[in-house]
Design a protein around this ligand. Structure first.
Ligand SMILES: NC(=O)c1ccc[n+]([C@@H]2O[C@H](COP(=O)([O-])OP(=O)(O)OC[C@H]3O[C@@H](n4cnc5c(N)ncnc54)[C@H](O)[C@@H]3O)[C@@H](O)[C@H]2O)c1
Ligand SMILES: O=C(O)C[C@H](O)C(=O)O
Length: 313
């Protein structure tokens, strides 16, 4: 019988990779191949077995295979890359550039060979530079390559707003643009709670504190965990993007996409609102910004350009 279930290739079976596999199965998005390097064979085989046994309890019909062979990943509809080292307290994401670029060279070359038709979501840091390298090395069409950061950064912002107001997180709408770094741009003017502008609900000093906490949200988790970085929320955020592609939901989600003139910027992957559906990144939405917002976005873009400038392919 022909294989009709979707196939999800997860590259990296660490903290985020394992959670991605669990979520993909729980949402019954498709069969999963959890790939890692040979030294981590027991880890991916163990996680696969453990999740498959949970499936029996809960009645999920999607299977996870733990593998160290790219041939098993071949033909995936979606590939999510979490292969890479997480930072430790005191480090910036940019400090990971050399070590993670080495890993990305290997991963991107294998994607080119084994999964040329997949929608590929990169999660590894430094995010915007890694997705740039991935796109160059794998040679995939621009609409089929994205970086996950904006969904997570926006989700953090919404979480802090809901906490500050004591309101349901469901009614918080917000948008964080820019690179996945400390100068990301939470767009307060475009954020609402139940349709009411956020600026009417939270005093400026409190809002500034929320913006600051959002910008440093990754480091807050790194300082708590001490041996690595966030993994539950990053996994959920990546699955939201994969799901929108696989189910053609056409959700509008912030993602690092290749800019070609939007926001007056070009040539780099950068966090902007995108529409993700069966065509991958089907649209990039050019939000109208005022001068102050534009200046903040340009600053964030310069930071991304600087890091990408250090990428030697
Ligand atoms: N974009 C974001 O918002 C975001 C959020 C959290 C973490 N991250 C990044 O995601 C990455 C992974 O984080 P984690 O917590 O899962 O780390 P982790 O250390 O738990 O897992 C990483 C896995 O990658 C594997 N790996 C190494 N080289 C590989 C290769 N060549 N091919 C396949 N797998 C390989 C390792 O063996 C390890 O199992 C880090 O770079 C981290 O900074 C990004
Ligand atoms: O902060 C990190 O190093 C991991 C990730 O980018 C995050 O924002 O949680």
């Amino acid at each position: 019988m022909a294989h009709t279930k979707k196939k999800i290739g997860l590259i990296g079976g660490g903290q985020i990779g394992g959670n991605l596999a669990l979520l993909a199965v729980q949402k019954q998005l498709g069969d999963v191949v959890l790939y890692d390097i040979p030294v981590a064979e027991g880890l991916v085989k163990g996680k696969a077995l453990d999740i498959n046994q949970l499936s029996a309890v809960d009645g999920y019909d999607c299977r996870v295979t733990g593998s160290t062979d790219w041939k098993d990943v071949a033909g995936s509809d979606v590939v999510i890359i979490t292969a890479g080292v997480p930072r430790k307290p005191g480090m910036s994401r940019e400090d990971l550039l050399d070590v993670n670029l080495k890993i990305m060279r290997d991963v991107a070359a294998n994607i080119k060979q084994h999964c040329p038709n997949a929608f590929v979501i990169n999660v590894a840091n430094p995010l915007d530079a890694m997705v740039f390298a991935l796109h160059k090395i794998a040679g995939l069409p621009k609409n089929m390559v994205v970086g996950m950061a904006g969904v997570l950064d926006t989700s953090r912002f919404k979480c802090f707003v809901a906490e500050a107001l004591g309101c349901s997180i469901r009614d918080v709408e917000a948008l964080v643009l820019g690179g996945h770094g400390d100068d990301m741009v939470p767009l307060v003017r475009h954020s609402t709670v139940g349709g009411v502008p956020l600026t009417q609900l939270i005093a400026k000093d409190k809002l500034d504190a929320i913006i600051d906490r959002t910008r440093k949200g990754g480091a807050e988790l790194v300082n708590l965990y001490k041996t690595g970085s966030a993994y539950f929320a990053p996994a959920s955020s990546s699955i939201a993007m994969a799901e929108s592609y696989l189910l053609d939901r056409k959700r509008v989600l912030p993602a690092a996409a290749l800019l070609e003139g939007q926001y007056g910027l070009s040539g780099y992957f950068f966090g902007v609102p995108t529409q993700i559906g069966a065509g991958g990144v089907e649209k990039i939405i050019d939000v109208q910004l005022n001068d102050a917002e534009k200046a903040e976005l340009n600053k964030s873009f310069e930071s991304v350009k600087k890091t990408v400038g250090e990428v030697k392919l």
